[in-house]
Write a protein that binds this ligand. Structure first.
Ligand code: KG4
Ligand code: ZN
Length: 347
């Protein structure tokens, strides 16, 4: 069974093709990063209009990469929420047009559920399709979400923790702006942190918020801002610092910022896994591409840890197709009048 998955919830136009829920045939991602970089964040209208331009070429490349003709597609899936309305509309309407013209069923996919199913695309015994069984403790951390989701079975979710202010990816993006780094901030913070000692500056605060699995990342961002201001890093003050000192401090600040976020996410994820007797841990979403997060969760967890390769952590169409396969298995059906839902919840 070949499923074509379309993802346009934010700033990537992405089309993936997956066979039988597991076999990745194609995964083409047209990123708009360069377009939004000059604004330091995603501009919704600019994103929607770029999806309109990129959609068909991305679809064509995906079919070509997979060596698949449109007529061989059995189901067409698309993200219908959560996300930016104008962006979601382009992908969902493309999927509807394909479904209508090919005479194959449409599958509407929740973007967050898609991020969870990216793990099912991992090959071999490390995939949750082989082991470790349910329940799974999932952390979905992206530009818009930081959710702890208990997955009790296919399609059965309970939201047990979420951020009360900034999402982790959003915090990384804002921190990068304070430090004068590029957009998106997560990969930039990771890159510059690699050359840091991480011990020259005092640690930044962690919002543990006792007796809850919720997160809060706005305080650590403000603490970073104050530290950057006190050291002359923000706004960059060349009368206090020369270029070498500036770059050095940026590296150290990026490292302690990353450490604070990673520490809180990993501690709460492991605590959740304990509380709910999870058999394994799954990570997904753009922030799960972070090398330090991947390292720390693997070090501290005694349970199997499942994290897709970075290219399947950030937004992609393959995860939407993988998720749709399991929706088809449980008989979910969608009419061609399906609407987008920018605030679609999971669990
Ligand atoms: O899942 P995603 O591609 O899109 C959303 O659904 O939001 O996540 C994008 C977010 C951005 O905020 C970006 O800074 C962050 O993921 N991100 C990272 C890394 N790669 C992407 N954060 C930390 N470390 C990374 N390596
Ligand atoms: Zn995402």
């Amino acid at each position: 069974m070949k499923i074509l998955g379309i993802e346009t919830s934010c700033d990537e136009t992405a089309v993936g093709i997956v066979e039988d829920g597991r076999l990745l045939r194609a995964n083409v991602i047209s990123s708009q990063v360069d377009l939004h970089a000059r604004y330091g964040g995603v501009v919704p209208e600019v994103a929607s209009r770029q999806h309109v331009r990129d959609m068909v070429p991305t679809l064509e490349k995906s079919l070509a990469d997979g060596g698949i003709a449109l007529e061989d597609v059995d189901f067409v899936a698309a993200t219908y929420g959560p996300g930016l309305a104008g962006s979601l509309i382009t992908g969902l309407n493309t999927a509807k047009a394909l479904s209508f013209s090919l005479g194959v069923p449409l599958v509407g996919v929740n973007h967050l559920e898609g991020h969870i199913y990216a793990s099912w695309l991992i090959e071999g015994v490390d995939s949750p399709a082989e082991s470790p069984g349910f329940p799974l403790a999932c952390l979905i951390a992206s530009g818009g979400h930081t959710d702890l989701i208990l997955m009790e079975g296919h399609g059965i979710y309970k939201l047990v923790g979420r951020t009360r202010d900034d999402a982790a990816g959003e915090a990384f993006d804002k921190a990068a702006r304070i430090l004068g780094l590029g957009f998106p901030g997560g990969p930039e913070i990771q890159r510059v942190s690699q050359g840091a000692s991480g011990t020259e500056l005092p640690a930044l605060p962690r919002a543990w918020m006792k007796d809850t699995l919720d997160f809060s990342f706005s305080g650590v961002k403000t603490a970073l801002l104050h530290l950057a201001q006190s050291k002359g890093v923000y706004p960059a003050d060349t009368s206090i610092l020369d270029k070498v000192q500036q770059a050095h401090l940026v590296r150290e600040m990026a490292a302690i910022f990353q450490e604070s976020l990673v520490d809180v996410m990993v501690v709460k994820l492991i605590e959740m896994a304990k509380q709910y007797h999870a058999k394994g841990i799954v990570l997904g979403g753009g922030v799960a591409a972070n090398a330090r997060l991947r390292e720390v969760v693997a070090q501290r967890s005694t349970l199997p840890v499942i994290i897709p390769p970075p290219v399947l952590c950030t937004d992609n169409g393959a995860m939407i197709a993988a998720c749709a396969y399991y929706q088809v298995q449980r008989g979910e059906q969608f009419g061609l009048d399906l609407d987008i839902d920018p605030a679609l919840p999971l669990g």
